[in-house]
Design a binder for this molecule. Structure first.
Ligand SMILES: Cc1cc2nc3c(=O)[nH]c(=O)nc-3n(C[C@H](O)[C@H](O)[C@H](O)COP(=O)(O)OP(=O)(O)OC[C@H]3O[C@@H](n4cnc5c(N)ncnc54)[C@H](O)[C@@H]3O)c2cc1C
Length: 385
């Protein structure tokens, strides 16, 4: 793996950093109050205009064609400014990639340019259900063929951006008699389709500006042409595409962890106790050293997974390792950074309180840490089989 960035990757990182520091960070606390949807939508529009909604998408569909390393770098920088904006950007990129990977030409031409250009503020990934979270193959949402249509019935849980997503990739059971995971298909469903009902936003611990909604299907009729890829081959697609999404979430976690540590490092360099700056105490210096080392290692794991993905090689094990490590180390970084601010870390006026809440979900969504360990162990055991 070559860790030196190309000129293009460097430019994308710099652009994302500038945008995040100038446009996202000043509003992050306001967005956290949960009343800044206009600001979020404006952020998303601007990010699309800068080319951040289709970083690994081919130019012919309006994408940036910059690749997974650039995607990872961009998400980390965006997350340093606003985690809610970062998760929306990450999931939207993932949906565009699913369509590029398995959609037919008509589907690609119809939907991807709207995602990349910002005509759709975001796109949604509908996999999880109330009774099928870590085990999505156990889903119950059904898609029954009726002439040249499918009828969707069921409910998807915790769907990021559902309120403002223009289009959803939806997984549903098309053959209830098939073995587990073998009778699931993947569809493109436009928001606003009759029978698709978006529930109210969940009240969350963190990343509050990113809406998380239930999406229900009640006799929702979609054309047969909405099927993506082959019928009953959808679960394989979900598993493959989630691996790419995990690079996004790991990168997001690193961004939050770095934002927390950078703030704490500046703070302890100013704050005096016992007649000297806190940064003079070795007890705190070692925490700084350990946490920045963790985050750097996480960044390198992410780069490795992203490089493999760009080269078209297997990267699922590496993506799970990177997501597991990055999200858990970023949680520890936020905890320690808050501790370094003492009582002030606990007060809303300072960003650590928000960052510590924002980071918590990164070891849960797009596969919990336990599920990442299952994926890693499965791949390791396959290697010797
Ligand atoms: C804010 C937010 C946004 C989300 N966005 C989306 C989205 O856009 N699209 C989408 O489809 N989903 C989304 N999700 C869903 C998310 O991916 C799931 O919540 C997650 O995969 C875990 O599923 P669950 O919540 O049902 O937990 P469960 O599966 O019930 O797990 C509960 C606990 O049991 C553990 N566990 C489960 N199975 C095992 C096992 N075999 N071995 C050891 N431990 C195990 C889990 O790790 C976890 O700790 C989102 C969730 C949240 C909270």
């Amino acid at each position: 793996m070559n860790t030196a960035l190309t000129e293009e990757q460097q430019m994308i990182q710099d652009t994302a950093r500038q945008f995040a520091q100038n446009e996202l960070l000043p509003n992050a606390a306001k967005l956290d109050q949960g009343d800044g949807q206009d600001i979020l939508l404006n952020n998303l529009k601007q990010l699309a205009e800068l080319g951040f909604m289709g970083l690994s998408i081919n130019g012919e569909y309006g994408g940036t064609e910059a690749g997974s390393v650039a995607f990872s770098l961009a998400i980390t920088e965006i997350a340093k400014g606003c985690a809610s904006t970062a998760v929306t950007t990450s999931v939207t990129n993932m949906v565009a990639e699913v369509i590029q990977a398995v959609g037919n030409e008509e589907q690609k031409q119809k939907y991807i340019p709207k995602i990349c250009s910002g005509e759709y503020p975001a796109a949604g990934f509908c996999l999880t259900e109330v009774e099928a979270g870590s085990d999505p193959a156990g889903m119950k949402t059904s898609a029954i063929k009726d002439g040249d249509e499918y009828i969707l019935n069921g409910s998807k849980m915790f769907i990021t951006s559902a309120e403002y997503a223009g289009v959803f990739v939806v997984w549903a059971v098309t053959d209830a008699t098939a073995k587990k995971g073998k009778g699931i298909s993947c569809f493109l469903v436009e928001n606003g389709t009759p029978g698709l009902i978006v529930g109210p936003a969940e009240h969350k611990m963190g990343q509050k500006a990113s809406a998380t909604n239930e999406v229900r299907f009640e006799d929702c009729r979609i054309p047969a042409s909405a099927l993506m890829g082959k019928e009953n081959d959808g679960f394989r697609v979900a598993v493959a595409e989630l691996a790419g999404g995990r690079i996004g979430i790991g990168s997001l976690a690193v961004g939050i962890g770095l934002a927390a540590m950078d703030y704490a490092r500046d703070y302890i360099s100013q704050r005096k106790q016992f007649d000297q700056e806190l940064s003079k105490f070795q007890g705190l210096q070692w925490i700084l050293a350990d946490r920045y080392t963790d985050l750097e290692a996480a960044r390198l794991l992410l780069m490795n997974a992203a490089c493999l993905k760009e080269q078209g090689q297997a990267f699922s094990k590496q993506a799970s390792m990177a997501k597991l490590f990055a999200s858990e180390k970023a949680n520890i970084a936020c905890y320690d950074a808050l501790q370094m601010l003492g009582g002030y870390g606990y007060i809303k006026e300072y960003p650590l309180e928000r960052l510590t809440r924002d980071v918590r979900i990164t070891s849960i969504y797009e596969g919990t840490s336990e599920i990442q360990r299952i994926v890693i162990a499965r791949e390791l055991l396959k290697e010797i089989a």
